[in-house]
Design a protein around this ligand. Structure first.
Ligand SMILES: Nc1ncnc2c1ncn2[C@@H]1O[C@H](COP(=O)(O)OP(=O)(O)OP(=O)(O)O)[C@@H](O)[C@H]1O
Ligand SMILES: [Mg+2]
Length: 238
């Protein structure tokens, strides 16, 4: 595996030093490498220079704890997430299973939307059903993802037989409140419709299956409507 360039964050870390940087987000660097012989993704949250160091360390650690806790809770519920191999709190890094040859739901939807084949249209609907049912399962055990987007959902290939794999739980929390679940759905709705134009019907299907699969969904969907209206008012008032 190609060695990354000289970098004080990775050079004293044998796993990261032999890994490849695949993505640099606003909060974390994502590396692909090998951890004890297993293909791994290392997610290293970096220091924010503009934040007081003590506060920065506290917030970063909170994110790491939230991420790992929610991944484990999801797995207990039967929701597919990457296996966590190791948490290095000192270096603010999580080592987890690399979902190899995976595609993001974002890329998969884009690909299907370009196609006119009826099979691909069916695949889109089946995907919406999968998303609705996994979110219902996640909310039924009170996990709020906090950053639901189609980039934070993966599928293995072949996509049609893959379970939906949820990632990126750094903003997650545990809450029984319908409001928090409604906001979680609202975040996804905004991200979904802006990333994938003309998918209103598809997203309706996500919500329909969510509604059918979760006992308390009526309360959550009512909150979702409240949150939408607040959003509209904010836009009108400016
Ligand atoms: N366990 C994994 N297996 C395979 N790919 C992964 C895994 N974790 C992350 N990725 C890839 O890296 C990307 C970024 O990961 P993640 O969402 O956890 O980090 P992020 O910094 O929060 O990114 P973003 O700001 O885009 O949300 C994912 O969209 C996915 O393509
Ligand atoms: Mg992400």
């Amino acid at each position: 595996m190609a060695a990354s360039t000289a970098n004080p964050e990775t050079d004293n870390n044998p796993v990261l030093a032999s890994s490849q940087l695949i993505k640099q987000g606003a909060e974390a660097k994502i590396y692909r490498g090998v951890f004890m012989g297993r293909p791994c993704i290392a997610k290293q949250r970096f220091k924010k220079k503009y934040r007081h160091p003590t506060l920065d360390a506290k917030l970063t650690n909170k994110r790491i704890v939230q991420e790992v806790r929610s991944i484990l809770r999801c797995r207990k519920q039967g929701i597919t997430t990457p296996t966590v191999f190791f948490v290095d709190q000192e270096n603010q890094c999580i080592y987890m299973e690399d979902i190899q040859d995976s595609v993001t739901v974002r890329d998969f939807i884009r690909r299907l939307q370009k196609s006119t084949s009826p099979d691909d249209q069916t695949a889109l609907q089946e995907l919406a059903d999968k998303i609705g049912s996994v979110l219902a399962s996640m909310h039924s055990c009170d996990i709020i993802h906090g950053d639901l987007t189609t980039s934070n959902m993966l599928l293995r290939q072949p996509e049609s037989s893959s379970p939906l794999i949820l990632i990126d739980f750094g903003l997650s929390q545990i809450s029984t409140l319908h409001e928090d679940k409604g906001v979680d759905l609202y975040v996804l709705e905004r991200a979904f419709l802006s990333t994938h134009p003309n998918t209103e019907e598809l997203f309706e299907r996500v919500l329909k299956v969510y509604g059918q699969s979760y006992k308390k969904s009526a309360d959550v969907l009512k909150k979702l409507e409240d949150v939408r209206q607040r959003g509209r008012k904010r836009v009108m008032i400016g």
